[in-house]
Structure formats: C-alpha cells, structure tokens
Design a protein around this ligand. Structure first.
Ligand SMILES: CC(=O)N[C@H]1[C@@H](OP(=O)(O)OP(=O)(O)OC[C@H]2O[C@@H](n3ccc(=O)[nH]c3=O)[C@H](O)[C@@H]2O)O[C@H](CO)[C@@H](O)[C@@H]1O[C@H](C)C(=O)N[C@@H](C)C(=O)N[C@H](CCC(=O)O)C(=O)O
Ligand SMILES: Nc1ncnc2c1ncn2[C@@H]1O[C@H](COP(=O)(O)OP(=O)(O)OP(=O)(O)O)[C@@H](O)[C@H]1O
Ligand SMILES: N[C@H](CCC[C@H](N)C(=O)O)C(=O)O
Ligand SMILES: [Mg+2]
Length: 489
C-alpha cells in the first residue's frame, strides 16, 4: 500500500520528506523485525522507547517511519500526536478492516474468559461455523495453532491475525479482551458485535489504580461495542447480572443487552442446578424455551461460564438443541480443573486459579467433594498485584489441610520475597515453603494418600516458568505425572 494512502486515514499528521511515491511493504512496531520497504512505527513503551531504535530500523531498510516526537531523519517521516492510536488505525486500514468482514465476539471479566471462549467455539463449531480464537492459551485459526505473548495482543498483531482469519474464511472470531488491552488501546480498530462480561473481582491492582479504575477499563469494551456501522446485524452485550458490577457495564453500552444469572431475574438462567463430583446438571431457561444440560465441567463457576456462552449463542439465534449438544460434548479446557494421572488412589487437579476469587471458587468445589485431606500447592506471580498475595495464601489455608507455598512465575522479583508477602501475618500455620516448584509438587504428591485431593494452582496450561527474564520449560501436569509415577519407588 502507498504511504499516502496509509496516512490518509489519520486526522492530524505532519509529513517530512515526500510521501507520495513511497510504497510500504509491511507495518512493523519492532525495529528488529523491520525489512526492506517497511513502515516502522515508534511506540514509547513501559520498558524502552521505540524512538531510540530508528537507526536500526533504517539500517534494516525501513521505507518510512512514524513518530510521536520530533526526530532527525533522512527518510519519509510522519509525526502524529499519539503513535499507539495511529498504529491501531493504520493497522486496521492496512489490513482492510478485517473485523468488519465477520462477526467479532469479545469476552472480558476477571475470571472465565478463556473458558467461555472455548465454550463459544464448541457451540459455533457444532453449527459447522469456521472459527478463529485469540486468547491466553494461543491463537487458533481453524485447527492451526499460533503462539501469543499476551492474552490480548497489540493492535498490529490483532489486525494482521484477523486478516489471516479473513483469508481462511472464518465465519466468526472469538477473543479474550483483557483490561490491560482495553486500557492501552490494543483493541482500537476492532469492530465488536458481541461483548461478554463474566465478572469482576480483585486482580491487576499493580496496573489499575483501584477497583473502580479496573472496572472502567473493562467497561471500555462495552462503550466500544457497535461504534462502527459497517455491519448491519444488531450488536449485543451479554452480561452476568449476578455480578455486583453489572449495572456499570450495562450503562456503558447503547446496544441490546442479553442478561444471564442464577440468582437475579435474567433472560438466560440456570435452575435446578445439581453439582456433582464428576458432572453438573441444570435446566437452561431462555427466552426461546428451556432444556436440560448435563455437562462434564465441574463447579458453579462453570455454570456461569456456560450461561455466558449461551448468551453469545442466543445473539446468533442458535437453536437450543445445538447448544445443548455442544455443551455436553466438552470434556474440559486445558489447564482448567484438569485431572492428572489416573490409577493413583488420590485425585490430582491442575488449575489456572491465580486470583483470590478463582482460587476460592475452585477450593469450594474441591471441599464439597473431598472425602479426606485437601493439599494445595500455590504461589503468586512476580511483577503483578502484590495485594492478592496474602489473600490467596489465606484462602489456601482456609480450605486445605496442608499448603505448600512455592514459586509461580517470579519474573524479575526475588522469589523468597514473594513467598514472604504470602505468608507474612497468616494466623494459620499448616504450611511449608518450598521455593522450587518441582520439589513442591513432588512433596505434595508424596503426602497424598487414599481419597485425598491435591490441587496444584496458578499455572494451568503454562508450559514454562518465567524466572528473571528467562523462560524455563515447566509444565505442572508433566511434573505431577512424573511425581505420581515415582511415588513409593
Ligand atoms: C506492561 C505491558 O503490558 N507491556 C506490554 C508492552 O510492552 P512494553 O511497553 O514494555 O514494550 P517495550 O519493550 O517498552 O517496547 C516499546 C516499543 O519498542 C519496540 N522495540 C523494542 C526493542 C527494540 O530493540 N526495538 C524496538 O523497536 C517494541 O517493539 C515496542 O514497540 O507491549 C508489548 C508488545 O505489545 C507487550 O507484549 C507487553 O506485555 C507484557 C509482556 C505483559 O506482561 N503484559 C501484561 C501485564 C498484560 O498485558 N497482561 C494482559 C492479561 C491480563 C489478564 O487477563 O490476566 C494481556 O492481555 O496479556
Ligand atoms: N466464571 C468464573 N468465576 C470464577 N472463577 C472462575 C470462573 N471461570 C473459571 N474460573 C477459575 O479461574 C481460572 C482461570 O479461568 P480462565 O482461564 O477461564 O479465566 P481467564 O479470565 O481467561 O483468566 P486470565 O485473566 O488469566 O486470562 C480457572 O482455572 C478457574 O479456577
Ligand atoms: N494473565 C495473568 C496470568 C497470571 C498467571 C500466573 N501464572 C502468573 O504468572 O502470575 C497475568 O499476566 O497476570
Ligand atoms: Mg484467559
């Protein structure tokens, strides 16, 4: 695309050097990835300032650069007030507004986003729709998998990926939308058709200044819903009305609302809920009828996740029978309440609970069904909300007979300082601290005997441990399996 066509969508800019005949091959925001003929967009990040890498981008062959600070260059340079915003608009334009070509579903909330994404995928696949997914575990286009660095990647990665989805002819795309992404504008330029709100509880107070600010960020998905009119079908906000924050979310959108819940009157409700150790049965009540559902997903929180997915299905007029058959086929979601092992006389569960609310939810389910002792291995991530550390520790101690506190992803923090934040001031003392996560898992598996339940929380599907800036190969499920095999040898 020609540079002057790319910048034609920007309301304000100042161009230095002639831009008329410059052809742009690709858009890049990382100087290390720039190739001959690319447009390099300088982003002032949290760690470094992209403007510092202009020379490298030029040496790699950049045809032009876009900046938000005056710089001295000898190639076509575009100066804008805000290069992150410009990047989002330019990326959408460069890739021909891919999200106007299929319905886009965005899912936000503190817990349940990944789970709901895969439930929605299953329902849509049941209708033989081709789907694309972007979220915590990976990007998935049809059956092709791609790694992602963030739950919601930056605007350039997003628009490029949606373009791939158009090429693959997806019928719809489903994505998790994190509060960070909304706050940083990674989803500017996305044309959402359905937005889901699952719940709000404490997390990310390292980034958001308080819970109100966190909620404000979440609400941006709903104010962004339907702000373009390229698509003709109606837009929907799917909202959990049992969550105390639902009202603020409702007030953030001018679009149609589909409510769901169990305790408050809603368009979609679950009644006669039977929570069993290996199954969840409920009556699904909707405005088009009711049907019974028997799911292999465990726990009340998964009833809510299923209702959210039903809300999305309702926005697309998917028949109840199809929804039921999809929900009943799902055996589980990677790293979410995932059983490990098989023949051992105790139960081992790996779960991605890394917030106080999710840990409490999962432990409530385990408490309900555990016949004997409950053992928990848990830690907290470094460079993340410190205030959740003592809360998660207290929750683990409240439900478990013994807790092994260990490292999660310490990142750049001292692992022993994170553990100190967790245990400092705890009244209950039935815990051990084993910083090395592998040893902690071996210890807990050795402790377990007949009919006990072991919960290994926090890392779920993750296949690495991030210590300092290094990613080490690490998978809780793999280590737990090895520990079970070697137990008693
Ligand atoms: C705090 C934060 O969100 N940081 C994100 C941000 O990184 P950053 O601002 O530090 O980037 P930077 O390293 O300063 O680089 C600035 C610019 O210089 C460029 N650069 C850099 C080096 C170089 O040699 N040349 C060069 O051009 C970079 O490409 C970039 O354009 O931009 C990066 C690229 O988009 C993100 O990957 C990164 O997410 C980091 C990894 C992260 O951990 N983010 C977390 C907090 C996050 O966003 N989490 C939410 C999920 C939360 C949840 O749901 O629980 C998420 O959506 O993932
Ligand atoms: N609706 C829910 N309410 C509370 N806890 C939940 C809910 N759904 C799942 N959980 C718990 O939260 C954990 C994470 O679930 P999931 O990965 O679906 O959430 P997420 O919102 O995608 O998380 P992330 O913010 O890391 O992307 C699960 O392993 C489970 O312990
Ligand atoms: N999306 C969450 C994931 C946390 C997972 C946990 N294992 C950790 O590293 O803290 C975050 O980036 O805060
Ligand atoms: Mg997720």
């Amino acid at each position: 695309m020609k540079l002057n066509e790319i910048i034609s969508i920007l309301p304000f800019y100042k161009a230095m050097y002639a831009v008329e005949d410059v052809f742009v091959n690709e858009i890049k925001m990382d100087s290390r990835e720039v190739n001959q003929g690319d447009l390099f967009i300088c982003i002032n990040g949290f760690t470094v300032d992209g403007h510092e890498y202009i020379d490298q981008a030029i040496a790699n062959g950049a045809a032009a650069i876009l900046v938000e600070k005056a710089v001295d260059t000898n190639i076509p340079t575009i100066l804008v007030p805000d290069s992150s915003r410009a990047l989002a608009m330019i990326a959408a334009h460069f890739y021909h507004y891919p999200t106007t070509k299929f319905p886009l579903i965005g899912i936000t909330g503190t817990n349940g986003k990944t789970t709901i994404t895969y439930l929605v995928e299953k329902i849509l696949n049941e209708c033989n729709w081709k789907t694309g997914i972007i979220g915590t575990i990976q990007m998935k286009i049809g059956n092709r998998l791609f790694p992602v660095q963030n739950t919601t990647p930056d605007s350039l990665f997003l628009q490029k990926s949606f373009h791939k989805m158009v090429e693959y002819n997806v019928d719809t795309a489903i994505m998790e939308v994190s509060s960070h992404a909304l706050d940083m504008g990674r989803t500017y330029g996305c044309d959402f058709d359905v937005a889901v709100f699952s719940n709000l509880s404490q997390d990310h107070l390292d980034y958001h200044k308080d819970m109100n600010d966190y909620l404000r960020a979440k609400s941006l998905l709903f104010s962004q819903l339907g702000n373009t009119y390229r698509k003709t079908h109606p837009k929907f906000a799917v909202i959990n009305v049992d969550d105390p924050s639902h009202d603020m979310i409702k007030r953030s959108t001018a679009q149609h609302i589909i409510t769901y819940g169990c305790n408050t009157e809603a368009a979609i409700m679950a009644t006669d809920v039977e929570l069993k150790a290996n199954r969840t049965i409920f009556t699904l009540n909707t405005q088009v009828g009711e049907i019974s559902v028997s799911s292999m997903l465990i726990g009340m929180f998964n009833v809510y996740n299923m209702l959210a997915a039903v809300g999305v299905a309702m926005a697309f007029h998917i028949p109840l029978g199809t929804i039921k058959s999809a929900l009943e086929k799902i055996t589980g979601i990677s790293g979410r309440f995932e059983p490990v092992g098989g023949d051992q006389p105790f139960t081992t569960i790996v779960d991605y609970a890394h917030t106080p609310d999710s840990l409490e939810n999962v432990l409530q389910v385990i408490k309900e069904f555990a016949k004997k002792n409950i053992y928990v291995v848990v830690g907290c991530g470094g460079d993340r909300d410190k205030t959740k550390r003592p809360q998660m520790a207290a929750i683990a101690l409240k439900y478990a007979n013994k807790v092994i506190f260990t490292s999660d992803n310490p990142r750049t923090e001292d692992p022993s300082a994170i553990l100190e934040d967790m245990v400092n001031g705890q009244m209950e003392k039935h815990y051990e601290i084993i910083q090395d996560r592998r040893q902690a898992i071996y210890r807990v598996i050795n402790l377990a005997s007949d009919d006990d339940v072991v919960l290994i929380a926090g890392k779920g599907h993750e296949t690495y441990q991030l210590i300092g800036h290094t990613k080490y190969q690490f998978d809780d499920r793999e280590i737990a399996r090895q520990a079970i095999l070697s137990k008693g040898k």
